[in-house]
Design a protein around this ligand. Sequence first.
Ligand SMILES: NC(=O)c1ccc[n+]([C@@H]2O[C@H](COP(=O)([O-])OP(=O)(O)OC[C@H]3O[C@@H](n4cnc5c(N)ncnc54)[C@H](OP(=O)(O)O)[C@@H]3O)[C@@H](O)[C@H]2O)c1
Length: 300
Amino acid sequence: MTPTSLAVLGTGLLGQGVARRLLACGLSVAVYNRSPAKAEALVPLGALLCLTPREAIEASELAILCLADAAAIRQTIFSDPLSRFLSGKSLCQMGTIGPDESRDLARLASSRGARYLESPILGNGKDAEEGRAQVMIGAESEDHDRWCRLLGLLGRCFWIGPVGKAAALKLALNQLIAAETAAFALSLGFVRRSGVPVELFLEILRGSSLYCPTFDKKLARMRDRNFTAPTFSLRLLLKDIDLFLPEADRLGVRSDALKGARRIVREAAESGRMDLDYSALIDVIDPLSPPGSPDAGARI
Ligand SMILES: NC(=O)c1ccc[n+]([C@@H]2O[C@H](COP(=O)([O-])OP(=O)(O)OC[C@H]3O[C@@H](n4cnc5c(N)ncnc54)[C@H](OP(=O)(O)O)[C@@H]3O)[C@@H](O)[C@H]2O)c1
């Protein structure tokens, strides 16, 4: 085993990008995914395909966890009551989970003789693949110092503090995804239904301090109502809102605005759009008229 042998557990949208980047940097990467097809796709790039989490962790010094949520992490690596294979390994949790969940996982890892750090990232799988994500590290200094250069292959790294702090920061950033996307979809729908040229609205918006780059990133999807091949799903956005809200209550910050966005995200997710791109929330905010009505098919 070389010092740079890694494992990526969870090769969904984020894990694919992470594994591809590390492989492109010439590192040895073992990959595991619950449904193996997504991990198999990485084999032609040089990944070692593992059919169990244990196999992947045993083949590596640092295992990067790109799993959906804390429950998935527990199921994947902590379901064996002893998990002896974790002893001496480092686990780097990269998904978006709650600060308390992350601290609990750190305790679990420690009880199995493993080191634990969190490194949630801002950016999508493609950003990670291209080394331009932002990586927020929550860790003890020795784990930060040991792994920050390697994590820096994915993008710019920031050491936020001990475990839990980076998880909290990531939630603060992700609630903006819901808030900004819902607000933009609302204005788009309002403009469209008012008969104001959308290009004029956009031109004025782009020249103002109200503009966010995410608006143009999601514009084509919202215009074409094309939410397939997501970069980030409504399912996971709803999960992040549900992590944020209780934490906000605990901290004593008012989250009424986000609660409104949550109703929209939930309605969109529960109407068959769960695994579509989160920009699909526009379908709830500004539904297109049913076929046959005078406004049918009207697009932005
Ligand atoms: N996509 C992004 O842009 C992005 C950016 C930053 C952070 N994140 C965060 O990173 C994490 C992964 O996101 P993603 O977009 O890659 O999600 P995804 O494409 O839906 O992938 C989820 C991964 O978790 C696995 N998984 C889910 N439930 C599981 C369970 N019970 N047991 C074992 N494995 C399970 C899935 O395995 P299967 O394939 O077998 O279902 C898959 O590997 C999430 O916490 C997300 O919030 C995502």
